[in-house]
Design a protein around this ligand. Structure first.
Ligand SMILES: Cc1cc2nc3c(=O)[nH]c(=O)nc-3n(C[C@H](O)[C@H](O)[C@H](O)COP(=O)(O)OP(=O)(O)OC[C@H]3O[C@@H](n4cnc5c(N)ncnc54)[C@H](O)[C@@H]3O)c2cc1C
Length: 425
């Protein structure tokens, strides 16, 4: 089957908060023809099927669908073309994407490509949970789509498996199950604490517990768990929802040969959202799963300046910059490359994640053994929650030097003396 070939100025892949915000601001800034591709039938990304309030500015939260519609309307009003039901399937050149959609196969070449393909929760298969392969095994995203988009039944007795730190998404799963009329048998987490109970989110909470087996043929009949003390139990249920534990939707980036950061598993980007491939940018949860939608939208807005500079040809594509590596118990940093002469990151800060609870954390930034910065954080660092490293040290980094290394010291754990990095970009 032949492909139609077209050229646009900016091609955005993914019409979630990040992609729609990027398209809105680029179209408003007269970046030429700005086109957004979305594989689903409706634009809006994850918020489209997250019917709880909690989206948008903190002081004026709204529901996910309302937030999604607001973003999509803004993109259209600004003059961006939003094409739904269209999937970018691969690359035919550095900035040429092959797509498939209702009008057949296309090949689109753009002066700039913005990848905004988001993140998803790690499914049961990738969590390597043993047992049979019954129906009734979902992630929160799948659960919400089934209930809110397709109106499908989801069973009557459900177990929710929460990832430590990703409390909001576990609560969203509980809410959606109740909306669908299901009884929540228990919320199970490996952590020492789960989401804080509230009158709205009351559920039996089993902490320090791991799911070791799913049972049932055809339909799920139970979830076997094991506690930290070695004791086991079989919870009767016909539905299990695995929540949180984000992985970027990075297949398209990988197929384009774009270097990924091993910590985030999203594209490695510098402080202007530039990947290693000239003309290709990346924003949103593709770079760091589990951040709030307003953060993803802010990155979409933030990529406008760098894309315009690229279109105008005023800035050469940088040679890559200096990689930022993190040391345990830090898990990742985003952005994860820095050019001392480049722009500061969005909000003048880097986002990091930590693997364990740390009280009175102090972040230490070094390059080639030289301390560039020490920052004491005003709060306890928790797994699943962002911590921020202010960017005031970047101009002091040596562009010809070795990687910048970020470590953390804490009253509850002393590290940072130079252990091996676990994130190498
Ligand atoms: C259950 C749940 C509850 C949440 N609750 C909240 C909350 O209360 N408040 C909050 O602020 N945040 C919440 N979040 C997080 C929020 O949804 C994300 O931060 C936000 O959606 C990320 O935006 P994004 O644009 O980066 O990615 P996404 O919203 O994931 O959008 C990416 C889009 O790209 C499309 N896409 C991917 N690959 C392709 C391709 N190859 N071709 C075409 N299209 C493609 C996808 O279909 C998708 O629509 C929640 C998330 C979940 C899962």
């Amino acid at each position: 089957m032949s492909r139609t070939e077209r050229a646009v100025d900016v091609l955005v892949v993914g019409a979630g908060p990040a992609g729609l915000a990027a398209a809105t601001h680029l179209a408003a800034a007269r970046a030429g023809r700005v086109e957004v591709l979305e594989r689903e039938q409706e634009p809006g990304g994850i918020p489209r099927h997250s019917h709880h309030r909690g989206f948008g500015p903190r002081h004026r939260p709204t529901t996910g669908p309302c937030y999604a519609k607001r973003l999509a309307d803004a993109a259209l009003a600004a003059g961006a073309a939003v094409r739904t039901g269209v999937t970018a399937t691969g690359w035919a050149g550095p900035r040429t994407l092959d797509t498939t959609g209702p009008h057949g196969l296309e090949r689109l070449t753009a002066a700039a490509v913005v990848l905004a393909t988001g993140a998803r929760e790690r499914p049961r298969s990738a969590r390597l949970v043993p047992g049979t392969r019954p129906a009734g095994v979902l992630t929160t995203g799948e659960l919400q789509q089934a209930v809110h988009v397709h109106g499908q039944p989801v069973g009557s007795h459900a177990v929710v498996v929460a990832t430590p730190g990703d409390d909001a998404v576990a609560r969203a799963a509980v809410d959606t199950l109740r909306t669908a009329g299901a009884h929540v048998v228990a919320l199970v987490t490996e952590g020492t604490r789960g989401p804080l109970p509230s009158p709205r989110h009351r559920f039996p909470l089993l902490t320090g517990s791991t799911v070791v087996e799913l049972t049932g043929h055809g339909r799920l009949t139970g979830v076997r768990i094991r506690g930290d003390d070695g004791r086991g139990a079989l919870l009767d249920c016909d539905t299990v929802v695995f929540t949180g534990d984000w992985i970027p939707e990075h297949e398209l980036a990988r197929r384009g040969g774009i270097a990924l950061a091993p910590g985030t598993r999203g594209p490695a980007v510098d402080t202007a959202f530039r990947t290693a491939v000239p003309g290709v940018f990346a924003v949103g949860n593709l770079l760091h799963g589990g951040e709030p939608a307003v953060g993803a939208a802010a990155e979409g807005r933030g990529v406008t300046g760098p894309v315009l500079a690229h279109l105008a040809g005023t800035e050469p594509w940088p040679g890559g910059g200096v990689p930022i590596l993190v040391e345990p118990p830090l898990l990742w940093a985003a952005p994860n490359r820095v050019d001392p002469d480049g722009p500061p990151p969005l909000g003048e800060r880097f986002t990091l994640r930590v693997a364990e609870r740390l009280s009175a954390p102090v972040l230490v930034v070094r390059q080639d053994g030289r301390v560039l910065e020490r920052q004491r954080l005003p709060h306890t660092a928790l797994p699943g929650r962002p911590l921020h490293l202010r960017a005031r040290w970047t101009a002091a980094a040596d562009p010809g030097g070795g990687p910048v290394r970020v470590s953390v010291m804490s009253d509850s754990r002393r590290t940072g003396a130079g252990g091996p990095p676990i994130l190498a970009v």
